[in-house]
Design a protein around this ligand. Sequence first.
Ligand code: G4P
Length: 531
Amino acid sequence: MNKLQKEVERRRTFAIISHPDAGKTTLTEKLLLFGGAIHLAGAVKAKKSTRGATSDWMAVERERGISVTSSVMKFDYNGHEINLLDTPGHQDFSEDTYRVLTAVDSVLMVIDSAKGVEMQTRKLMEVCRMRNTPIMTFINKLDRDGQEPIELLDDIETNLGIECAPLTWPVGMGKGFKGVYDLRGDELRFFVPDGQKSTRPTDVVHVKGLDDPQLDELLGRDAADLRQDAELLAGAGHPFDLERYLAAKQTPVFFGSAINNFGVQELLDTFVELAPPPQPREAETAKGTRLVSPLEPDFSGVVFKIQANMDPAHRDRIAFLRIVSGQFQKGMRVRHHRIGKDMQIANATIFMAHDRSGVEEAWPGDIIGVHNHGTIKIGDTFSIKEPLKFTGIPSFAPEHFRRVRLRDPMRAKQLEKGLLQLCEEGAVQVFRPLRTNDYLLGAVGPLQFEITMARLKDEYNVEAGYEPVDISGTRWIVGGRDAKKFIAENGRDIATDIDGDMVYLVSNPWRLERLLETYDDIVLQTIKEHK
Ligand code: G4P
C-alpha cells in the first residue's frame, strides 16, 4: 500500500446532524475528549459562546446564543485521522449546513430519546439522501425517561425512510437505566453516570448470548424485557448489513447518554471501523463527467464554504476546501478553473479542535482553509493539470425575501460589492429583477438578513435597510421549449441570480400552477448547483 492509499484509508470525514438540543454539542465534546483534542469537558460549549468576539455579526450570534459559523475539528483516534465538520444548529443557517454535508463522507445523527425524529432532522436527512450519505444514529439521553426503544426505531424508519439496525440495546431508561447490551459482541455495559471518570472493568460483562442465566443475576427483571425486545427485533428488525449502511439504506443505531459519556466510545469505535473513508466524487471534465478517485496522485479539491472574520487577529475570509484526490503540499501551485488562473497556496490552514495551524501536507478527506481575497466562490474547483469542475454543491430556493433600501445613494457601488461578495460566500442570495434596479435578497432563514445587514455596515460601511416584498419562493428556469416565451411574457416576475441564471419570483403559488398549465414545456427547479 503506498502512502496515499494509507492516508486515505485511515481518514474519516463526517458531520453530526441533529435537531437543536438533541445533544450535538455534548457529543462533539465527548468525541474530542476521546481524540485527546480537548482535555476539559465544557470546552466546546465555552467556545460556542465566546468565540470570535469582535465583529458585529458575531455579536448577533452571541446575543442570540446560536452558532452561526461552522468549523472543522481534526483529531486522531486509534490511528485514524478524523475530520469532524461542525454545522450550525440554528435552522436559519441550514443552507450552510447543507453545503457542509456535501463535503463529508458520512454522517452521525443524534436523536433525543424523548422527542424522537424532529423537524430539522427530517430536513437534514433529505439532504443526506440526495447524495446517499451513510448515516450512523446515536439515540441520546437514555438517562431520562423517553420513548420506548422499539417506538423510536419505528419513528426513524417511518419518518426518515431508512432501515434501523440496532447494534446496542438499552436496558431500562431514566432512573431505571442500567446500561446497554452490545448485540454484536454479547456484552453488557453498565451505565455509570459521568462515565468520563470511570471505566472499571466490572462495568463491562461478557455473556454467552441473551439466554445466558448470568443476565438474570445481573439485570433481575430487566433481563426478561431485554429478551423480549431481542425477540421482537429478530422478528421485525433488520440485521446489520455493511453494504446497506454504505448505500445509505440502513442506519446502525446506538443508545447512550452523551452527557454521561455513556455509549460514546462504542459509537466512536464502530464509526472508525465501519464508516467510509474518503470517497470518489463526480466532476465535469473536457471529456464529460467522470468520478475522481481519492487515490489519483494529482491533487484536486472543491470549495464548499466561505467564512469571513473567523479570527479577530486575521480579518480575512477563508475558503474551506475539501481535498478530493492526491496529496496537498504547502506552497503548491494549483489551477483555479473558473477564472483560469494558477495560484500558489502558500498559507493554507488546517483546523484543529482549538486552533488553526499551518499545513505542510494534507490528504483526501482533509479540509484546508485557503485565504480568499474575493476570487474564490463556493463550488470552485482547484486541481493540478486536468480541468475539473466538481459538481453537487447545491443552492436552495430561498423561502424569505427582502428588498434592500440604501440610505446613502453615494454608497451604491459599495452596496453592490458587498452584496455580491456576501452572495458568493453563500451568506445570502441576491436577485436582480429584469424590470427594476432593485436588489432582492433571498434567504433560507430570516436571521441571514440580520447578519447580512450587520456585515454590510461592519465590513463595507454601507447603511441600508429592508422593505418587505410579496414573494414567497423562487424557481430556477432551467429549460424546456416554452422557457423563452415564459420569460418574455412574465418579465415582471423574472430576475437573474448571481450567475445570471433566470429565476421566476413566486408571489402566488396558485398563479404559478396556472402558468405551468399554460407553459407546459418548461423546467423549473428549487435546487441549483453552484457554478
Ligand atoms: P445541541 O448542540 O444539539 O443543541 O445540544 P447540546 O449538546 O447543547 O445539549 C442540549 C441540552 O441537552 C443540554 O442541556 C445538555 O446538557 C443536555 N444533554 C446532552 N446530552 C444529554 C444526556 O445524555 N442526558 C441528559 N439528561 N441531558 C443531555 P442544557 O440544560 O440546555 O445546557 P447545559 O446548561 O446543561 O449546558
